[in-house]
Design a protein around this ligand. Sequence first.
Ligand code: ATP
Ligand code: MG
Ligand code: MG
Length: 551
Amino acid sequence: TAERPVNFIRNIINDDLATQKHQQVKTRFPPEPNGYLHIGHAKSICLNFGLAEDYQGGCNLRFDDTNPAKEDMEYVESIKRDVEWLGFQWDGEIKYSSNYFETFYDCAVELINKGLAYVCFLNAEETREYRGSLKEPGKESPFRNTAPQENLALFEKMRAGGFKEGECVLRAKIDMASSFMCMRDPTLYRVRFEHHHQTGDKWCIYPMYDFAHCISDAIEGVTHSLCTLEFQDNRRIYDWLLEHLDAFNRPDRPHQYEFSRLNLEYTVMSKRMLHQLVGDKLVEGWDDPRMPTISGMRRRGYTPASLRDFAERIGISKVDSMTEMGILEAAIRDDLNVVAPRTMAVMDPIKLVIENYPEGELESIQAPVHPQNEEMGKREIFFGRELYIDRADFMETAPNGKYMRLAINKEVRLRNAYIIKGERFEEDADGNVTTVYCSYDPETLGKNPADGRKVKGVIHFVEASKALPAEFRVYDRLFTVANPAKEDDFEAVLNSESLLLKQGFVEPSMANAPVEQAYQCEREGYFCRDNKITDRLVFNRTVGLRDVWAQ
Ligand code: ATP
Ligand code: MG
Ligand code: MG
């Protein structure tokens, strides 16, 4: 396998293999099915599945479905789709934490029998009060020393539906004076009368993340359990639980390692905020091309290769930081520059009439699909008396010597075709140019003028009779500030111009563009055929040709 840059996690794995603590690497990606995956999840997916690939181990896809109130099968389906689209295959069957509900229950009973867990009837506020603060130790719950037999009966009653939501919880008996607040008798189980998408109404007690996660890892034989830095303290619970459960307290039991989460400029990544954007209809949905979701980025034209490359570029560390949008865009540009067919599209069309071109004649020209890659072949474009060019490519008089576009009495080359010269133009009552009249030099198809005159500018065009009407959706950053999550009201800093619709024309080679097919529309940017609206030609701008973020 190709050597990837070392990082601290690879160093740990290399050591664990060298000392034979583990024979094989087993990782997992454990999404909660309570929303769509975003680019931050992609970082975690690339890390976990990437390690499994490189070390010829396996990576489980496990739905961490212990909180049924917010979960839904729609999310389960979208997560599977996104992981596969990124090009990864999970090991064996898909796993659900809910598969292990019986085992979790048995583990809780084991802790109760060992005098390491108790049913606590303090309410939420009392629990907080008793927990104390970093400056002072907590107070022990009055229920902390209930006898195991009694706790067992109470816990069975919890399972049987004998207590109301919030009336009691099961807590681990760890250390009310710990300097890690999460070790001050954390909750293991709570009562929730919720229907679950996998287990139906079988359960009315649900395990907490800290309890379910380490046991799920251990059941699945996970060796390296990778999570983000905010779980650093929780590692103590992870270890404590596995050390106190007989079946799992083994030298090869899983260990948790933390890495920094991805934060990307000009977007938000918290599921709560993404839910809010969708719920308040501030975007079209989870797969709106402006969303940082994998499905949104896919619809926008990001490729799996580009997201995997992005994950490589940002690397893995333990330092929280904000990643620049430019890094993500460089990854997609570098991919599309190589793979995207070239085309010409006019997004703000004005008519161009070549007066010395014979009326009714249509010329077929073979243009390269990719100027740097002959193997990609040729495409047919057309040339005739009437064409479309972009409004931005014409001015009555060139403002200076550096102006490379069309003007009256100025020559430019039409890309893949002839040199033309502006002769005169017409405008409407508002002073908008409607038609530019030109002459062309018939001796300049694919060659320079014989008299040696230099024509520097090149503009793109589409022949009018063969042009296909198309809609272009030009996206900009979703927020006007680099860190919208920091704002009191992040919706107030939405960019009102994050979507610009343009009606124009594409060349006929794009008539049957498959959905998600990427193109470089020369001089305009990278676009892809929308994967949702398919009854007409709609193209999403993936990214411009140059980095505009660096300024
Ligand atoms: P949120 O806190 O917004 O609800 P989450 O972290 O709870 O997100 P999960 O579905 O639990 O979302 O995440 C699944 C996995 O993806 C976890 O292991 C988590 O650490 C990882 N992950 C989530 N967000 C990021 C991120 N921004 N960068 C890197 N990894 C992430
Ligand atoms: Mg969450
Ligand atoms: Mg989570």
